[in-house]
Design a protein around this ligand. Sequence first.
Ligand SMILES: NC(=O)c1ccc[n+]([C@@H]2O[C@H](COP(=O)([O-])OP(=O)(O)OC[C@H]3O[C@@H](n4cnc5c(N)ncnc54)[C@H](O)[C@@H]3O)[C@@H](O)[C@H]2O)c1
Length: 250
Amino acid sequence: MQQFDNKIALVTGAGSGIGAAVAKALAASGARVAAVDVTPGGQVTVDTIKASGGEAIFLQCDIQDSAAVADAVAKTVAQFGGLDIAVNNAGVDPEVAPEADWDETAMERILSINIKGLFLCMKHEIAHMVGQGSGAIVNLASAAGVVGVANKPAYTASKHAVVGLTKASALQYAARGIRINAVCPGAVDTPMLDHNLPPGVDKSLIAANHPINRLASPEEITQAILWLCSESASYVVGHSLTVDGGLTVQ
Ligand SMILES: NC(=O)c1ccc[n+]([C@@H]2O[C@H](COP(=O)([O-])OP(=O)(O)OC[C@H]3O[C@@H](n4cnc5c(N)ncnc54)[C@H](O)[C@@H]3O)[C@@H](O)[C@H]2O)c1
């Protein structure tokens, strides 16, 4: 018997980084997984899961589109027969500019994906989970949802919003059997980190900001996410769990 046998999970942003690691780990622990991503990268994750004997489907979807998210949830339920676990991980972090160079279009995109998109995912996931009277949702916030990060105003605001959305929805649905929590990683060694390094900054400088003096692997963040999804966390509600090598303790 594996930890997530008979569980059905949906993971957004499953084509890369943390989302890909979460989708693979859930499948390796027995879950049937809907891998959602706006890019075809989600299919690569699904192919890897299937090659290891797991069960998964790829659903291409932009989480900013309410009808598309509703359709992804409906297809997951139709294919696998329910929805027990949702990991709302898809997000973007393209900001490296100081305040004077703030870009309004970039800000709107960050808020639209990281806040509205995650809100829409919860809306459609919860609509199904309420009907079955159970579910576990984990939202990807960030250490930037706990403390401010210079030169990342929209990203910092968006991740504080994820923590707030997590608390509000956790309060609303705890008595109806749905546990909603968040994870707040420090810097994780994923393509996102590669893409948004400011000029002249390399990964070792980012790592050195963390008391543990290294970056996290996607698998280390995955372990915290899987715990929050599991029955081991059955009394954990509305919590934002920092997994940040001590970054926000300083
Ligand atoms: N990497 C880090 O250092 C770090 C730290 C803290 C928090 N996070 C958060 O963790 C999450 C995953 O980050 P990652 O590092 O794995 O990033 P990543 O860029 O490697 O992967 C993000 C995935 O989300 C998908 N995505 C983006 N916009 C989407 C949309 N509109 N609809 C559907 N899918 C979309 C991308 O296609 C990609 O596959 C994000 O929410 C991020 O903010 C990352």
